[in-house]
Design a protein around this ligand. Structure first.
Ligand code: SAH
Ligand code: SF4
Ligand code: F3S
Length: 474
Protein backbone atom coordinates (compact mmCIF):
# COMPACT_ATOMS: atom_id res chain seq x y z
CA UNK A 1 0.00 0.00 0.00
CA UNK A 2 1.23 3.48 -0.75
CA UNK A 3 2.77 5.64 1.92
CA UNK A 4 1.89 9.30 2.04
CA UNK A 5 4.79 11.63 1.43
CA UNK A 6 4.29 14.33 4.00
CA UNK A 7 4.29 12.18 7.05
CA UNK A 8 6.88 9.84 8.34
CA UNK A 9 6.90 7.58 11.28
CA UNK A 10 10.26 6.88 12.77
CA UNK A 11 9.37 3.53 14.15
CA UNK A 12 10.29 -0.04 13.73
CA UNK A 13 9.85 -1.21 10.18
CA UNK A 14 8.57 -4.41 11.71
CA UNK A 15 5.67 -2.58 13.27
CA UNK A 16 2.50 -3.34 11.36
CA UNK A 17 0.42 -0.66 12.98
CA UNK A 18 1.55 1.96 10.53
CA UNK A 19 -0.85 4.90 10.64
CA UNK A 20 -0.78 5.41 6.92
CA UNK A 21 -1.19 1.91 5.59
CA UNK A 22 -4.59 0.48 4.92
CA UNK A 23 -5.49 -2.73 6.67
CA UNK A 24 -7.36 -5.41 4.81
CA UNK A 25 -9.78 -7.87 6.33
CA UNK A 26 -8.78 -11.51 6.60
CA UNK A 27 -10.45 -14.67 5.36
CA UNK A 28 -12.78 -15.62 8.16
CA UNK A 29 -13.59 -19.28 8.63
CA UNK A 30 -17.33 -19.31 8.84
CA UNK A 31 -20.48 -20.88 7.52
CA UNK A 32 -21.85 -17.44 6.62
CA UNK A 33 -23.03 -17.28 3.05
CA UNK A 34 -22.14 -13.66 2.18
CA UNK A 35 -18.70 -12.17 1.79
CA UNK A 36 -17.58 -8.83 3.18
CA UNK A 37 -14.31 -7.06 2.39
CA UNK A 38 -13.19 -4.21 4.70
CA UNK A 39 -10.27 -1.91 4.09
CA UNK A 40 -9.38 0.35 7.01
CA UNK A 41 -7.48 3.63 7.00
CA UNK A 42 -6.36 6.00 9.74
CA UNK A 43 -5.73 5.34 13.39
CA UNK A 44 -5.92 2.28 15.60
CA UNK A 45 -9.36 3.33 16.73
CA UNK A 46 -10.60 3.03 13.19
CA UNK A 47 -9.02 -0.43 12.92
CA UNK A 48 -10.75 -1.37 16.17
CA UNK A 49 -14.05 -0.08 14.76
CA UNK A 50 -13.70 -2.32 11.69
CA UNK A 51 -13.55 -5.27 14.09
CA UNK A 52 -16.83 -4.11 15.63
CA UNK A 53 -18.36 -3.76 12.16
CA UNK A 54 -17.27 -7.30 11.26
CA UNK A 55 -18.91 -8.53 14.45
CA UNK A 56 -22.19 -6.70 13.78
CA UNK A 57 -22.31 -8.06 10.23
CA UNK A 58 -21.48 -11.62 11.26
CA UNK A 59 -24.93 -11.62 12.86
CA UNK A 60 -26.23 -10.85 9.39
CA UNK A 61 -24.62 -13.80 7.66
CA UNK A 62 -21.52 -11.96 6.45
CA UNK A 63 -17.99 -13.39 6.77
CA UNK A 64 -14.91 -11.28 6.05
CA UNK A 65 -12.63 -12.00 3.11
CA UNK A 66 -9.24 -10.71 1.97
CA UNK A 67 -10.26 -11.07 -1.69
CA UNK A 68 -12.10 -8.01 -2.88
CA UNK A 69 -13.23 -9.80 -6.07
CA UNK A 70 -15.29 -12.35 -4.15
CA UNK A 71 -17.01 -9.82 -1.87
CA UNK A 72 -20.59 -8.71 -2.38
CA UNK A 73 -20.08 -5.87 0.10
CA UNK A 74 -17.00 -3.63 0.09
CA UNK A 75 -16.50 -1.26 3.01
CA UNK A 76 -13.81 1.41 3.24
CA UNK A 77 -13.36 2.62 6.82
CA UNK A 78 -11.90 6.05 6.23
CA UNK A 79 -9.83 8.77 7.90
CA UNK A 80 -10.16 12.55 7.53
CA UNK A 81 -7.26 13.75 9.66
CA UNK A 82 -5.27 15.27 6.77
CA UNK A 83 -6.19 16.05 3.21
CA UNK A 84 -3.99 13.28 1.83
CA UNK A 85 -5.84 10.72 3.99
CA UNK A 86 -9.02 11.62 2.12
CA UNK A 87 -7.26 11.75 -1.22
CA UNK A 88 -6.09 8.19 -0.75
CA UNK A 89 -9.70 7.04 -0.37
CA UNK A 90 -10.80 9.03 -3.44
CA UNK A 91 -8.06 7.31 -5.49
CA UNK A 92 -9.08 3.97 -4.14
CA UNK A 93 -12.69 4.60 -5.21
CA UNK A 94 -11.51 5.53 -8.72
CA UNK A 95 -9.72 2.18 -8.88
CA UNK A 96 -12.93 0.41 -7.95
CA UNK A 97 -14.98 1.91 -10.80
CA UNK A 98 -14.19 -0.77 -13.44
CA UNK A 99 -15.04 -3.53 -10.97
CA UNK A 100 -18.33 -1.90 -10.02
CA UNK A 101 -19.18 -1.55 -13.73
CA UNK A 102 -18.51 -5.24 -14.28
CA UNK A 103 -20.23 -6.52 -11.15
CA UNK A 104 -23.36 -4.43 -10.83
CA UNK A 105 -24.46 -6.25 -7.67
CA UNK A 106 -21.45 -5.36 -5.59
CA UNK A 107 -22.25 -2.69 -3.00
CA UNK A 108 -19.76 -0.10 -1.76
CA UNK A 109 -20.00 1.61 1.62
CA UNK A 110 -17.90 4.40 3.12
CA UNK A 111 -17.54 4.24 6.90
CA UNK A 112 -15.61 6.28 9.44
CA UNK A 113 -14.42 9.84 9.71
CA UNK A 114 -14.58 10.86 6.06
CA UNK A 115 -18.16 9.58 5.91
CA UNK A 116 -19.01 11.67 8.95
CA UNK A 117 -17.27 14.78 7.63
CA UNK A 118 -18.76 14.75 4.13
CA UNK A 119 -22.11 13.07 4.78
CA UNK A 120 -24.43 13.05 1.73
CA UNK A 121 -21.89 15.11 -0.24
CA UNK A 122 -19.91 11.92 -0.60
CA UNK A 123 -22.81 10.29 -2.46
CA UNK A 124 -22.99 13.23 -4.84
CA UNK A 125 -19.26 13.36 -5.46
CA UNK A 126 -18.49 9.65 -5.69
CA UNK A 127 -21.12 7.99 -7.81
CA UNK A 128 -20.07 4.43 -7.07
CA UNK A 129 -20.75 4.82 -3.34
CA UNK A 130 -24.02 3.20 -2.19
CA UNK A 131 -23.84 3.85 1.52
CA UNK A 132 -22.33 6.43 3.92
CA UNK A 133 -22.11 5.46 7.60
CA UNK A 134 -20.60 7.51 10.44
CA UNK A 135 -18.65 6.03 13.38
CA UNK A 136 -21.60 5.96 15.80
CA UNK A 137 -24.07 4.35 13.38
CA UNK A 138 -22.62 0.88 12.87
CA UNK A 139 -25.45 -0.90 14.67
CA UNK A 140 -27.68 0.37 11.90
CA UNK A 141 -25.60 -1.30 9.17
CA UNK A 142 -27.95 -4.28 8.66
CA UNK A 143 -30.86 -1.89 7.95
CA UNK A 144 -28.76 0.32 5.73
CA UNK A 145 -27.60 -2.69 3.73
CA UNK A 146 -31.25 -3.71 3.27
CA UNK A 147 -32.07 -0.26 1.98
CA UNK A 148 -29.22 -0.45 -0.50
CA UNK A 149 -30.37 -3.89 -1.64
CA UNK A 150 -33.78 -2.43 -2.32
CA UNK A 151 -32.09 -0.07 -4.73
CA UNK A 152 -31.73 3.07 -2.61
CA UNK A 153 -28.70 4.95 -1.42
CA UNK A 154 -28.37 4.81 2.38
CA UNK A 155 -26.92 7.29 4.88
CA UNK A 156 -26.62 7.36 8.67
CA UNK A 157 -24.20 9.88 10.12
CA UNK A 158 -25.96 10.43 13.44
CA UNK A 159 -23.43 11.10 16.24
CA UNK A 160 -24.34 9.71 19.62
CA UNK A 161 -23.57 10.86 23.16
CA UNK A 162 -23.85 7.33 24.54
CA UNK A 163 -22.76 4.76 21.96
CA UNK A 164 -19.60 2.85 23.02
CA UNK A 165 -20.38 -0.55 21.45
CA UNK A 166 -19.57 -1.90 24.93
CA UNK A 167 -21.54 -5.11 24.48
CA UNK A 168 -20.10 -6.03 21.09
CA UNK A 169 -17.24 -8.52 21.00
CA UNK A 170 -14.98 -7.45 18.13
CA UNK A 171 -13.92 -10.00 15.52
CA UNK A 172 -10.16 -9.71 15.44
CA UNK A 173 -9.05 -8.87 11.91
CA UNK A 174 -5.40 -8.99 10.85
CA UNK A 175 -4.50 -10.38 14.27
CA UNK A 176 -1.22 -11.99 15.34
CA UNK A 177 -3.12 -13.73 18.17
CA UNK A 178 -0.80 -12.12 20.73
CA UNK A 179 -1.57 -8.38 20.84
CA UNK A 180 -4.98 -6.73 20.62
CA UNK A 181 -6.58 -3.30 20.91
CA UNK A 182 -9.46 -2.42 23.20
CA UNK A 183 -11.41 0.82 22.68
CA UNK A 184 -12.12 2.32 26.09
CA UNK A 185 -13.77 5.54 24.97
CA UNK A 186 -15.01 7.37 21.90
CA UNK A 187 -15.00 10.94 20.63
CA UNK A 188 -13.02 13.91 21.86
CA UNK A 189 -13.96 17.11 23.71
CA UNK A 190 -10.65 18.86 23.34
CA UNK A 191 -11.08 21.12 20.35
CA UNK A 192 -7.44 21.45 19.32
CA UNK A 193 -7.85 24.10 16.64
CA UNK A 194 -6.26 22.08 13.78
CA UNK A 195 -8.16 18.87 14.41
CA UNK A 196 -11.18 17.37 12.68
CA UNK A 197 -11.71 14.52 15.17
CA UNK A 198 -14.23 16.28 17.47
CA UNK A 199 -16.42 16.77 14.37
CA UNK A 200 -16.02 13.28 12.95
CA UNK A 201 -16.22 11.32 16.20
CA UNK A 202 -18.42 13.52 18.35
CA UNK A 203 -18.46 14.03 22.09
CA UNK A 204 -16.22 12.15 24.43
CA UNK A 205 -17.77 9.21 26.27
CA UNK A 206 -16.22 6.41 28.32
CA UNK A 207 -17.09 2.77 28.03
CA UNK A 208 -18.34 0.61 30.92
CA UNK A 209 -15.19 -0.39 32.86
CA UNK A 210 -16.48 -3.90 33.54
CA UNK A 211 -16.98 -4.59 29.84
CA UNK A 212 -13.37 -3.50 29.24
CA UNK A 213 -12.02 -5.81 31.94
CA UNK A 214 -14.17 -8.63 30.59
CA UNK A 215 -12.82 -8.10 27.07
CA UNK A 216 -9.24 -8.12 28.39
CA UNK A 217 -9.93 -11.28 30.40
CA UNK A 218 -11.50 -13.05 27.40
CA UNK A 219 -8.53 -12.11 25.23
CA UNK A 220 -6.10 -13.43 27.83
CA UNK A 221 -8.04 -16.69 28.06
CA UNK A 222 -7.79 -17.00 24.27
CA UNK A 223 -3.99 -16.72 24.45
CA UNK A 224 -3.47 -12.99 23.92
CA UNK A 225 -0.61 -11.53 25.96
CA UNK A 226 -0.94 -7.82 25.41
CA UNK A 227 -3.77 -5.31 25.20
CA UNK A 228 -3.57 -1.65 24.21
CA UNK A 229 -6.29 0.55 25.67
CA UNK A 230 -7.36 3.05 23.02
CA UNK A 231 -8.86 6.52 23.09
CA UNK A 232 -8.09 9.98 21.67
CA UNK A 233 -7.37 11.12 25.19
CA UNK A 234 -7.23 8.08 27.48
CA UNK A 235 -6.29 10.06 30.58
CA UNK A 236 -9.68 11.72 30.68
CA UNK A 237 -11.41 8.32 30.85
CA UNK A 238 -14.14 8.51 33.50
CA UNK A 239 -16.91 6.04 33.99
CA UNK A 240 -19.64 6.15 36.59
CA UNK A 241 -21.07 2.83 37.67
CA UNK A 242 -24.66 2.19 38.77
CA UNK A 243 -23.70 2.66 42.45
CA UNK A 244 -22.24 6.06 41.53
CA UNK A 245 -18.61 5.12 42.13
CA UNK A 246 -16.31 6.66 39.54
CA UNK A 247 -13.61 4.75 37.67
CA UNK A 248 -10.74 6.99 36.51
CA UNK A 249 -8.10 6.06 33.96
CA UNK A 250 -5.66 5.19 36.77
CA UNK A 251 -8.32 2.90 38.30
CA UNK A 252 -9.02 1.29 34.93
CA UNK A 253 -5.31 0.67 34.26
CA UNK A 254 -5.08 -1.05 37.60
CA UNK A 255 -8.17 -3.18 36.94
CA UNK A 256 -6.81 -4.35 33.58
CA UNK A 257 -3.31 -4.92 34.98
CA UNK A 258 -4.84 -7.23 37.58
CA UNK A 259 -6.32 -9.54 34.93
CA UNK A 260 -2.98 -11.39 34.94
CA UNK A 261 0.68 -10.50 35.50
CA UNK A 262 1.29 -12.20 32.12
CA UNK A 263 -0.97 -9.78 30.28
CA UNK A 264 0.90 -6.68 29.19
CA UNK A 265 -1.04 -3.43 29.24
CA UNK A 266 -0.36 -0.47 26.93
CA UNK A 267 -2.43 2.63 26.21
CA UNK A 268 -2.67 5.44 23.68
CA UNK A 269 -3.04 8.44 23.37
CA UNK A 270 -2.20 10.60 26.39
CA UNK A 271 -2.93 14.30 26.22
CA UNK A 272 -0.18 16.07 28.22
CA UNK A 273 -2.75 18.16 30.10
CA UNK A 274 -4.56 15.12 31.51
CA UNK A 275 -1.89 12.58 32.45
CA UNK A 276 -1.73 12.66 36.24
CA UNK A 277 0.79 11.57 38.85
CA UNK A 278 -1.77 8.97 39.90
CA UNK A 279 -1.56 7.43 36.41
CA UNK A 280 2.26 7.54 36.49
CA UNK A 281 2.38 5.87 39.92
CA UNK A 282 -0.05 3.18 38.72
CA UNK A 283 2.25 2.48 35.74
CA UNK A 284 5.16 2.22 38.16
CA UNK A 285 3.30 -0.08 40.54
CA UNK A 286 2.58 -2.82 37.98
CA UNK A 287 5.39 -4.61 36.12
CA UNK A 288 2.94 -5.56 33.38
CA UNK A 289 1.94 -1.95 32.59
CA UNK A 290 4.46 -0.93 29.94
CA UNK A 291 6.80 1.96 30.69
CA UNK A 292 6.02 3.80 27.52
CA UNK A 293 3.97 6.96 26.93
CA UNK A 294 2.88 8.49 23.63
CA UNK A 295 2.72 12.18 24.57
CA UNK A 296 2.05 14.33 21.48
CA UNK A 297 3.51 17.84 21.82
CA UNK A 298 2.42 19.17 18.37
CA UNK A 299 4.82 22.12 18.72
CA UNK A 300 7.59 23.40 20.98
CA UNK A 301 6.50 27.04 20.72
CA UNK A 302 4.22 28.38 23.45
CA UNK A 303 2.74 30.90 21.01
CA UNK A 304 1.80 28.16 18.53
CA UNK A 305 0.52 25.87 21.29
CA UNK A 306 -1.84 28.66 22.35
CA UNK A 307 -3.11 29.07 18.78
CA UNK A 308 -3.55 25.32 18.60
CA UNK A 309 -5.62 25.45 21.80
CA UNK A 310 -3.55 22.68 23.34
CA UNK A 311 -4.00 24.30 26.82
CA UNK A 312 -0.35 23.82 27.91
CA UNK A 313 2.78 25.73 27.04
CA UNK A 314 6.35 24.67 26.38
CA UNK A 315 7.47 24.92 30.02
CA UNK A 316 4.44 23.04 31.29
CA UNK A 317 5.08 20.24 28.79
CA UNK A 318 8.74 20.05 29.80
CA UNK A 319 7.66 19.83 33.43
CA UNK A 320 5.44 16.86 32.52
CA UNK A 321 8.40 15.14 30.84
CA UNK A 322 10.51 15.74 33.97
CA UNK A 323 7.76 14.24 36.12
CA UNK A 324 7.51 11.14 33.91
CA UNK A 325 11.27 10.60 34.12
CA UNK A 326 11.29 11.27 37.87
CA UNK A 327 8.60 8.69 38.56
CA UNK A 328 9.27 6.11 35.83
CA UNK A 329 12.99 6.59 35.22
CA UNK A 330 15.11 7.80 32.31
CA UNK A 331 14.45 4.68 30.30
CA UNK A 332 10.67 5.11 30.09
CA UNK A 333 9.82 5.24 26.38
CA UNK A 334 8.35 8.55 25.21
CA UNK A 335 7.12 9.30 21.70
CA UNK A 336 5.69 12.40 20.06
CA UNK A 337 3.41 13.77 17.37
CA UNK A 338 4.56 17.06 15.80
CA UNK A 339 2.96 19.33 13.25
CA UNK A 340 5.26 21.43 11.04
CA UNK A 341 4.09 24.73 9.55
CA UNK A 342 0.95 25.48 11.53
CA UNK A 343 -0.66 28.87 10.82
CA UNK A 344 1.71 31.83 11.42
CA UNK A 345 4.60 29.56 12.45
CA UNK A 346 7.86 31.54 12.24
CA UNK A 347 11.41 30.28 11.95
CA UNK A 348 11.79 30.98 15.68
CA UNK A 349 8.68 28.89 16.50
CA UNK A 350 10.16 26.07 14.42
CA UNK A 351 13.49 26.37 16.28
CA UNK A 352 11.49 26.09 19.52
CA UNK A 353 10.10 22.77 18.29
CA UNK A 354 13.60 21.50 17.49
CA UNK A 355 14.92 22.63 20.88
CA UNK A 356 12.00 20.98 22.69
CA UNK A 357 12.95 17.77 20.89
CA UNK A 358 16.56 18.22 22.06
CA UNK A 359 15.27 18.60 25.59
CA UNK A 360 13.09 15.48 25.56
CA UNK A 361 15.03 13.18 23.20
CA UNK A 362 11.98 11.18 22.13
CA UNK A 363 12.34 7.51 21.29
CA UNK A 364 10.35 8.02 18.11
CA UNK A 365 7.58 10.10 16.66
CA UNK A 366 4.91 10.70 14.08
CA UNK A 367 5.52 13.92 12.19
CA UNK A 368 3.23 15.78 9.82
CA UNK A 369 2.99 18.90 7.69
CA UNK A 370 -0.02 20.98 8.73
CA UNK A 371 -3.02 20.26 6.55
CA UNK A 372 -5.95 22.64 6.93
CA UNK A 373 -9.25 20.85 7.58
CA UNK A 374 -12.46 22.60 6.55
CA UNK A 375 -14.62 24.02 9.37
CA UNK A 376 -12.08 23.47 12.15
CA UNK A 377 -11.40 26.48 14.41
CA UNK A 378 -8.02 27.00 12.69
CA UNK A 379 -9.64 27.01 9.25
CA UNK A 380 -12.23 29.52 10.42
CA UNK A 381 -10.03 31.90 12.39
CA UNK A 382 -6.45 31.57 11.16
CA UNK A 383 -4.67 31.65 7.80
CA UNK A 384 -2.78 28.64 6.53
CA UNK A 385 0.07 30.95 5.56
CA UNK A 386 3.23 28.86 5.73
CA UNK A 387 4.18 28.01 2.13
CA UNK A 388 4.31 24.32 1.23
CA UNK A 389 8.05 24.32 0.54
CA UNK A 390 8.72 25.86 3.96
CA UNK A 391 6.43 23.28 5.63
CA UNK A 392 8.28 20.48 3.86
CA UNK A 393 11.70 21.81 4.78
CA UNK A 394 10.74 22.23 8.44
CA UNK A 395 9.16 18.79 8.49
CA UNK A 396 12.35 17.31 7.03
CA UNK A 397 14.40 19.01 9.77
CA UNK A 398 12.09 17.65 12.46
CA UNK A 399 12.31 14.16 10.96
CA UNK A 400 16.12 14.34 10.72
CA UNK A 401 16.34 15.42 14.36
CA UNK A 402 14.04 12.59 15.43
CA UNK A 403 16.18 10.11 13.56
CA UNK A 404 19.27 11.27 15.47
CA UNK A 405 17.46 10.99 18.77
CA UNK A 406 15.97 7.59 17.94
CA UNK A 407 19.45 6.30 17.20
CA UNK A 408 20.84 7.85 20.37
CA UNK A 409 18.03 6.39 22.50
CA UNK A 410 18.39 2.99 20.83
CA UNK A 411 22.13 3.00 21.46
CA UNK A 412 21.35 3.34 25.18
CA UNK A 413 19.69 -0.09 24.92
CA UNK A 414 22.74 -1.85 23.49
CA UNK A 415 24.29 -4.13 26.13
CA UNK A 416 21.04 -4.36 28.11
CA UNK A 417 18.68 -7.30 28.58
CA UNK A 418 14.94 -6.81 28.02
CA UNK A 419 11.88 -8.94 28.57
CA UNK A 420 10.34 -9.23 25.11
CA UNK A 421 6.93 -10.54 24.11
CA UNK A 422 7.35 -12.48 20.86
CA UNK A 423 4.82 -11.25 18.27
CA UNK A 424 5.88 -13.41 15.34
CA UNK A 425 8.55 -13.96 12.73
CA UNK A 426 10.70 -11.04 11.67
CA UNK A 427 9.56 -9.63 8.34
CA UNK A 428 12.72 -10.67 6.57
CA UNK A 429 13.35 -14.18 7.85
CA UNK A 430 11.59 -17.14 9.41
CA UNK A 431 14.79 -17.82 11.34
CA UNK A 432 14.29 -14.64 13.34
CA UNK A 433 11.54 -13.56 15.70
CA UNK A 434 10.44 -10.06 16.53
CA UNK A 435 8.75 -8.56 19.54
CA UNK A 436 8.69 -5.44 21.65
CA UNK A 437 10.17 -4.58 24.99
CA UNK A 438 8.47 -2.58 27.70
CA UNK A 439 9.49 0.71 26.04
CA UNK A 440 7.68 -0.32 22.84
CA UNK A 441 10.89 -0.92 20.86
CA UNK A 442 10.90 -3.68 18.31
CA UNK A 443 13.75 -6.18 18.79
CA UNK A 444 14.81 -8.85 16.27
CA UNK A 445 16.61 -12.00 17.40
CA UNK A 446 17.31 -15.62 16.26
CA UNK A 447 14.29 -17.72 17.06
CA UNK A 448 15.89 -20.76 18.70
CA UNK A 449 12.97 -22.83 20.00
CA UNK A 450 10.62 -20.03 20.82
CA UNK A 451 7.39 -18.91 19.23
CA UNK A 452 4.89 -16.10 19.24
CA UNK A 453 3.24 -15.46 22.57
CA UNK A 454 6.37 -16.44 24.55
CA UNK A 455 8.16 -14.03 26.85
CA UNK A 456 11.94 -14.16 26.36
CA UNK A 457 14.91 -12.23 27.74
CA UNK A 458 16.88 -10.65 24.92
CA UNK A 459 20.35 -9.09 25.12
CA UNK A 460 20.54 -6.18 22.65
CA UNK A 461 23.82 -6.23 20.73
CA UNK A 462 23.31 -3.70 17.94
CA UNK A 463 20.81 -1.17 16.64
CA UNK A 464 19.75 1.23 13.92
CA UNK A 465 17.53 4.25 14.44
CA UNK A 466 14.55 1.98 13.79
CA UNK A 467 15.32 -1.45 15.24
CA UNK A 468 17.20 -3.25 17.97
CA UNK A 469 18.97 -6.54 17.24
CA UNK A 470 20.00 -9.12 19.81
CA UNK A 471 19.83 -12.72 21.02
CA UNK A 472 17.98 -14.64 23.69
CA UNK A 473 19.73 -15.12 27.02
CA UNK A 474 18.66 -17.18 30.05
N1 SAH B 1 -5.80 12.45 20.07
C1 SAH B 1 -4.47 12.49 19.72
C2 SAH B 1 -4.16 12.65 18.26
C3 SAH B 1 -5.11 12.28 17.22
S1 SAH B 1 -4.74 12.68 15.56
C4 SAH B 1 -3.82 13.63 20.45
O1 SAH B 1 -4.45 14.47 20.99
O2 SAH B 1 -2.62 13.72 20.41
C5 SAH B 1 -3.09 12.13 15.36
C6 SAH B 1 -2.13 13.22 15.03
O3 SAH B 1 -2.39 13.76 13.75
C7 SAH B 1 -2.16 14.42 15.93
O4 SAH B 1 -1.48 14.21 17.12
C8 SAH B 1 -1.52 15.48 15.09
O5 SAH B 1 -0.12 15.50 15.24
C9 SAH B 1 -1.87 15.05 13.69
N2 SAH B 1 -2.86 15.96 13.09
C10 SAH B 1 -4.12 16.16 13.49
N3 SAH B 1 -4.72 17.10 12.70
C11 SAH B 1 -3.80 17.48 11.79
C12 SAH B 1 -3.81 18.41 10.71
N4 SAH B 1 -4.88 19.16 10.44
N5 SAH B 1 -2.67 18.54 9.96
C13 SAH B 1 -1.58 17.80 10.25
N6 SAH B 1 -1.53 16.91 11.26
C14 SAH B 1 -2.61 16.75 12.03
FE1 SF4 C 1 -7.75 16.07 17.97
FE2 SF4 C 1 -6.84 17.36 20.09
FE3 SF4 C 1 -8.81 15.59 20.36
FE4 SF4 C 1 -6.35 14.77 19.81
S1 SF4 C 1 -6.99 15.81 21.69
S2 SF4 C 1 -8.23 14.09 18.83
S3 SF4 C 1 -5.58 16.38 18.50
S4 SF4 C 1 -8.93 17.52 19.25
FE1 F3S D 1 -8.44 9.54 11.19
FE2 F3S D 1 -10.73 9.51 12.41
FE3 F3S D 1 -8.65 8.27 13.45
S1 F3S D 1 -9.86 11.23 11.34
S2 F3S D 1 -6.94 9.51 12.76
S3 F3S D 1 -9.63 7.75 11.57
S4 F3S D 1 -10.27 9.31 14.55
Amino acid sequence: MELVTNSLKILNEEDKKDLDVARISEDEKSTASRKLYIESYGCQMNFADSEIVASILRENDFATTSKIEEAELILLNTCAIRENAEQKVRHRLQHLVPMKNKRKNVKIGILGCMAERLKTKLLEEEKIVDMVVGPDAYRDLPNLINEVEEGHKAVNVFLSREETYADITPIRLDSNGVTAFISIMRGCDNMCSFCVVPYTRGRERSRDAHSIVKEATDLFNQGYKEVTLLGQNVDSYKWQSADDSVVTFANLLEMVAQVSPDLRVRFSTSHPKDITDEVLYTIKKYDNICKYIHLPAQSGSSRILELMNRTYDREWYMGKIDRIREILGEECGISQDMIAGFCTETEQDHQDTLSLMDYVKYDYGYMFAYSERPNTPAAKKLTDDVPDDVKSRRLAEIIAKQREHSLERNQMSVGKVYKVLVEGFSKRSQEHLSGRNDQNKMIIFPRENFQKGDYVNVLVTECSSATLIGHIVE
